[in-house]
Design a protein around this ligand. Structure first.
Ligand SMILES: Nc1nc2c(c(=O)[nH]1)N[C@H]1C(S)=C(S)[C@@H](COP(=O)(O)O)O[C@H]1N2
Ligand SMILES: [Mo]
Length: 543
């Protein structure tokens, strides 16, 4: 029986895993301590930027389905966590695969290669590649670029060197030809002991690195003193509608608490911009490039306040990627007056700190005074995750048309495809009118003479087209008009309610609505891609 001499593919995979786990932990610690890049998130973001849109959509679909079916909680924050975990898993997988292939290659090369040196070379190649990836996508590292490069090079070189060294050690336990069974067994034990020692050391490093990092906790959001000062001391608080219609018990809050506002963006970690050094740069077809500070935007222009419902184009019928809060900022048309655009300009191309970009037509800005550059939400400076320091609001459009973390605005002479449009999503991304049943409140029955009524309720939304009418159908009965609560604004969703005469049995509830121009919502069922979901929401209840 031939004794296998070299550590094989599986041993390589095992060693790769053992070495990559502490590498991740150390990157995490260095990120927390010194603002050095966290490579796993960079890998995730880079893969995301370079994957075709339909594949990304399919992956997101699976993710959303999983979150819903396993009841993992609020979709957009859970999705962000899953994305981050995917970054860690990808990195670990790459480490395992590369190490396994490395062992295979060394075995094939019949020892003409020096393993230790090869490991160092492999590490250097890894360091160069990951530096390129990181520089391409990283948004959050604050350390000096030279330091970042040196750190990534050093970390990967050490990883490669350790890999080469371990291979050599494993080989050493195997080279003395095993003549009898007991020697072979002794060597097996040696090898196993060595791997157990390596495992113990790397596990310790991983736990210590990750543990220390967790002690150094994140800053939650950003507070801008400039914005805060102009807004006054506190939260402006939710707007109160004058209408007395009581929402059916179980209807979502009309004004979304800020911490519950959905959140969608393209990076494992959003960019963190510094108010002092941030500028809004206006360039392109302008007489003279313009540079503005946040302070100028906040104090040189009269602020405007709007309660806005924002929806993601990926929001499914009755999904949770839709929320309402108060947006404060400067109407964009008043800024245009000061930017001296050349007559050829027809669009603004808006670019964000995370590489996201979108176009907005000057015509839209001039026709709709509600288009604004926005620096506060819910009476507070924008939180980091919601685009600090500046984002745009464009009524009637899905979120994908409305960049956060704006840094550059370029006046251009033609329209172009923005970030998600290039990835196969709608070029216009106009909001589809939609209505949702939030509740069939069977535990809040109302006695009405000799009848029992069940409050049924939810929301209807049409962007800024307003809602003229909501109707409810139970089983195959008549469509009956629901009552509408006066909305918080013309750009927010509307809460509706219908008190349904109770009857026992299994019932299907459906809702539909008409926009302000009395146009019925699209009832044809259509998935989110590419134009946003349409169709009727229905709920089945056994009463
Ligand atoms: N810079 C930037 N802006 C962005 C995005 C992004 O990834 N990067 N995502 C867009 C999408 S798809 C949506 S739905 C909204 C979500 O805004 P919110 O996360 O503040 O709710 O931001 C939009 N603006
Ligand atoms: Mo979105």
């Amino acid at each position: 029986m031939e004794e296998k001499q070299e550590p094989g593919l599986l041993t390589g995979a095992l060693v790769g895993g053992l070495l990559t786990a502490p590498l991740i932990a150390i990157f995490y610690l260095a990120d927390k301590l010194a603002g050095l890049p966290f490579i796993p998130f960079d890998i995730f973001d880079w893969v995301g930027r370079n994957t075709p849109g339909d594949i990304i959509t399919a992956v997101i679909d699976v993710m959303v389905d999983t979150i819903i079916s396993l009841n993992l909680g609020e979709i957009s924050s859970t999705a962000k966590t899953i994305e981050q975990i995917m970054g860690l898993v990808m990195t670990l997988a790459v480490g395992i695969i590369v190490a396994a292939l490395f062992f295979l290659l060394l075995n094939r090369s019949k020892m003409t290669m020096n393993a230790a040196l090869s490991g160092v070379v492999l590490g250097i190649i890894g360091g160069v590649v990951l530096n390129l990836i990181s520089e391409n996508v990283n948004l959050t590292a604050t350390a000096d670029i030279t330091l970042r490069r040196l750190w990534v090079m050093a970390a990967f070189t050490a990883w490669g060197a350790a890999l080469g060294w371990i291979y050599t050690e494993l080989l050493r336990t195997r080279t003395s030809t095993a003549t009898d069974a007991s020697t072979a067994r002794a060597q097996q034990i040696n090898r196993r002991q060595f791997l157990v020692q390596i495992g113990g050391a790397t596990a310790t490093l991983t736990v210590v690195g990750a543990g220390l990092s967790l002690l150094l906790d994140d800053d939650g959001g950003t507070t801008s003193s400039t914005v805060a000062a102009s807004l006054g001391t506190g939260n402006l608080g939710p707007a109160v509608s004058g209408d007395g219609l009581e929402p059916a018990p179980g209807t979502r809050p009309e004004y979304t608490p800020l911490e519950d506002h959905y959140r969608i963006d393209i990076s494992a970690r959003p960019p963190v911009l510094d108010e002092e050094s941030w500028r809004l740069y206006i360039s392109g077809l302008v007489q003279e490039p313009v540079e503005m500070t946040l302070g100028q935007l906040v104090s040189d222009y009269t602020p405007m306040d709007q309660i806005v419902t924002l929806s993601c184009i990926s929001n499914r019928i009755a999904g949770s990627l839709i929320s309402t809060t108060r947006w404060t900022g400067v109407p964009l048309h008043t800024l245009l007056d000061d930017w001296n655009l050349l007559p050829e300009a027809t669009h603004l191309r808006i670019t964000s700190a995370d590489g996201f970009d979108e176009y907005v037509a000057l015509e839209t800005i001039r026709q709709d005074e509600r288009v604004m550059l926005c620096y506060a939400w819910d009476g507070q400076p924008l939180l980091n995750r919601h685009g600090f320091p500046l984002r745009i609001y464009i009524p009637d459009h899905y979120g994908m048309k409305q960049p956060k973390w704006i840094t550059d605005i370029e006046a251009v002479e033609s329209w172009g495809e923005g970030y998600w449009v290039r990835r196969g999503w709608s070029a216009t991304a106009l909001v589809n009118t939609t209505s949702v049943i939030d509740t069939v409140a069977t535990d809040s029955l109302i006695q009405d003479g000799d009848r029992l009524l069940v409050p049924v309720g939810g929301i209807a939304y049409s962007g800024a087209k307003q809602i003229a009418r909501v109707e409810v159908q139970v089983n195959d009965g008549e469509w009956t008009e629901a009552q509408l609560r006066t909305p918080l604004s013309e750009t927010s969703w509307v809460i509706w309610r219908y008190d349904w005469p109770f009857s026992e049995g299994s019932h299907t509830f459906r809702v539909r609505c008409y926009d302000g121009a009395s146009v019925l919502q699209e009832v044809r069922e259509q998935g989110v891609r590419p134009d946003g979901a349409t169709g009727i929401h229905s709920l089945r209840r056994n009463l």
